[in-house]
Design a protein around this ligand. Structure first.
Ligand SMILES: C[S@@+](CC[C@H](N)C(=O)[O-])C[C@H]1O[C@@H](n2cnc3c(N)ncnc32)[C@H](O)[C@@H]1O
Length: 247
């Protein structure tokens, strides 16, 4: 059974979550925010380059909590596409409890096209691949550019789905984008068990970032084992969190 989210469409055309009473992204700087909070803090697109200074494995594995509209995925794909060859293949794995239906996503991408036409190609690629509906606890996998950029979307609860990855994916992720709704509205996405799972899926050098600077999130990620720093935010956001898994 499909589990698509209950959305209110704002006058601006943006989707707003009725369930969580929160915004998915902001059309006022949403793209710049994604680039700053998630790509820049995790040192993308530099790490996509074959000759990067980070000495990682041949494949970059990015994990995300909260796929939502896919904005972070689209922006990551856009920057990977614009990274000159030779570059590393990317596996983007995300988890989403309430995946948008194809009809909802199509409406959102019409808005993206007006706001951010540079995302047209990634939007078209993802929308063409998107299934008509995604049932709970299913997995959507799709490869772009001859397997060079792969998406795995786990449909279900973040903690349940990511902990189920442990046997196969322990110590294998290179970067995490933590993008649940605001912690006060969406506590399941900011719980200690999930932070511990993220740590177990990580390895020395794995980076992470999130838009929130909430004290309990910083302490929880630190308790899990990450070294976490507060860094200046963008625009109205005073601070955000950026972290790394040290040896
Ligand atoms: C701020 S939005 C994500 C925005 C998204 N990254 C984007 O680029 O549009 C937070 C997302 O977390 C999802 N979510 C909330 N609780 C969840 C849970 N327990 N497990 C997995 N996903 C969850 C919501 O449905 C929503 O899509």
């Amino acid at each position: 059974m499909s589990n698509s989210p209950h959305i209110k469409w704002l006058a601006s055309g943006e989707p707003y979550s009725e369930q969580f009473q929160d915004y998915y992204f902001s059309t006022d700087g949403g793209l710049a925010e994604t680039e700053y909070v998630f790509l820049k803090q995790n040192k993308f697109p530099q790490r996509f380059a074959q000759s990067d200074e980070y000495q990682e494995t041949a494949l970059i594995k990015i994990g995300e909590t909260g796929f939502g509209t896919g904005l972070n995925f689209l922006v990551t794909l856009y920057h990977w596409l614009h990274t000159p060859e030779p570059k590393k293949p990317v596996h983007y794995m995300s988890v989403e409890k309430y995946p948008f239906s194809k009809v909802q996503l199509s409406r959102i991408y019409t808005l993206f096209s007006k706001q951010w036409p540079q995302l047209d190609e990634p939007c078209r690629l993802l929308l063409n691949a998107w299934p008509d509906s995604l049932s709970s606890q299913s997995v959507f996998e799709y490869s772009f550019f001859e397997q060079q950029f792969k998406l795995t979307l786990l449909s279900g609860d973040a903690q349940l789905e990511l902990s189920a990855l442990l046997p196969e994916h322990k110590h294998s992720f290179d970067a995490w984008y933590l993008d649940g709704f605001a912690p006060a509205r969406n506590p399941d996405m900011w719980q200690q068990g999930l932070f511990n799972t993220l740590y177990q899926l990580s390895k020395p050098g794995t980076t992470l970032s999130t838009f929130t600077a909430a004290g309990f999130v910083r302490r929880g990620l630190t308790h899990a084992g990450f070294t976490i720093n507060k860094v200046p935010g963008l625009g109205k956001k005073r601070e955000i969190l950026s972290g790394i898994y040290h040896n």
